[in-house]
Ligand binder design. Structure first.
Ligand code: PGA
Length: 265
C-alpha cells in the first residue's frame, strides 16, 4: 500500500472512504447498489483506500451475505448503535448484535443524530467506548453549525466535541477510531468547505487529539464530510491532514461513489 499522506510529525495513514447511505436503499436496492460497486472495484486496478458502506440496519444481514459470497472488498458499517449490550431499550440495536453481523465500523454522533435524536457529547462518548469494547471501529463525527462558524467558534466547538468523545478512551484503543469532520452547514447542501479550510480544522482536531491521546493522534484517520463529490475529492485528498471522506448523497449512486473511492485512478 502506498503512503498517501503524511502528517507534520509521523505516521502514514491509509485513506478511508465511507458511504453513509442514511435512510436510503431498502435491502433489495442495497443488493443492486453493492453489486454495481463491487463490479467497479474488482475491475479496476488502483491503489485502494479502505472502503466502508454504512447501511441501514435492515440491509446489514443481506449485505454481509453478499460481501462474503462475492468476496467484495468493502467493510460493512452501521450508522448508529446503543451503548448497552442488551436490555429494555425498545427500537435500539447493540454493539454485539452488529458485531455478529460482521459490521466493523459504526458511525457515532452524526450531526443528524445530534440534531434530531438527542445525541449528546456524553452519549457519543458512551457509544465510542462501547464500539471499541466490541472490537469495532467508531467513525466519530464532529462539526460546527453555520452560526458557530460565523462567530469564529469552529475550533472551540470541534475541540470540545473531540475531547468529550475521547474521554476515558485509552491511547491504544484510540488508534482504531476514525473521525469525520463534517461542518453542519456543508451536509447535503452542496456547499463544501474549501479544501484549505477543511485541512486547517482537521489539523486543529489532530492537535486536540495529541493532547488527549498523545502520539496515537497521528494514527487516527480523520475524514472530511459534507457535499463530497467526484469533482471535489481530489482537491480534498491533496491536503495533508485529510485522510478520507464520509460521503452521503454522492454515495447513493455506486458510480459516483466509485469515482470518489478511485479518485487517483
Ligand atoms: P452529504 O452528507 O455528502 O450528503 O453532504 C455527508 C454526511 O452527512 O455524512
Amino acid at each position: 500500500m502506498a503512503i498517501l499522506t503524511e502528517s507534520e510529525n509521523i505516521a502514514p495513514r491509509r485513506p478511508i472512504m465511507a458511504a453513509n447511505w442514511k435512510m436510503h436503499h431498502d435491502h433489495l436496492v442495497a443488493i443492486q447498489v453493492l453489486q454495481k460497486l463491487s463490479y467497479r472495484l474488482q475491475k479496476t486496478d488502483f491503489e485502494d483506500p479502505d472502503v466502508v458502506v454504512c447501511a441501514p440496519f435492515t440491509d446489514l444481514r443481506t449485505l454481509r451475505t453478499l460481501i462474503e459470497a462475492d468476496k467484495i472488498p468493502v467493510f460493512l458499517g452501521a450508522q448508529n448503535c446503543h451503548w448497552e449490550k442488551s436490555g429494555a431499550f425498545t427500537g435500539e440495536v447493540s454493539v454485539p448484535m452488529l458485531s455478529k453481523l460482521g459490521v466493523t465500523y459504526v458511525i457515532v454522533g452524526h450531526s443528524e443524530r445530534r440534531q434530531f435524536f438527542g445525541e449528546t457529547d456524553e452519549t457519543v462518548n458512551l457509544k465510542t467506548k462501547a464500539v471499541l469494547a466490541g472490537e469495532m471501529n467508531p467513525i466519530i463525527c464532529v462539526g460546527e453549525t453555520l452560526d458557530e462558524r460565523e462567530q469564529g467558534r469552529t475550533n472551540e466547538r470541534v475541540a470540545a466535541q473531540t475531547r468529550a468523545a475521547f474521554a476515558g478512551v485509552k491511547s491504544v484503543d484510540a488508534e482504531r477510531c476514525v473521525m469525520a469532520y463534517e461542518p453542519i452547514w456543508a451536509i447535503g447542501t452542496g456547499h463544501t468547505a474549501t479544501s484549505e479550510d477543511a485541512n486547517t480544522t482537521i489539523g486543529e482536531i489532530r492537535r486536540v487529539l495529541r493532547d488527549v491521546v498523545g502520539s496515537s493522534a497521528d494514527v487516527i484517520r480523520i475524514q472530511y464530510g459534507g457535499s463530497v463529490k467526484p469533482g471535489n475529492i481530489a482537491d480534498l485528498m491533496a491536503m495533508p491532514e485529510i485522510d478520507g471522506a464520509l460521503v452521503g448523497g454522492a454515495s447513493l449512486d455506486p458510480d459516483d461513489f466509485y469515482r470518489i473511492v478511485a479518485y487517483r485512478a
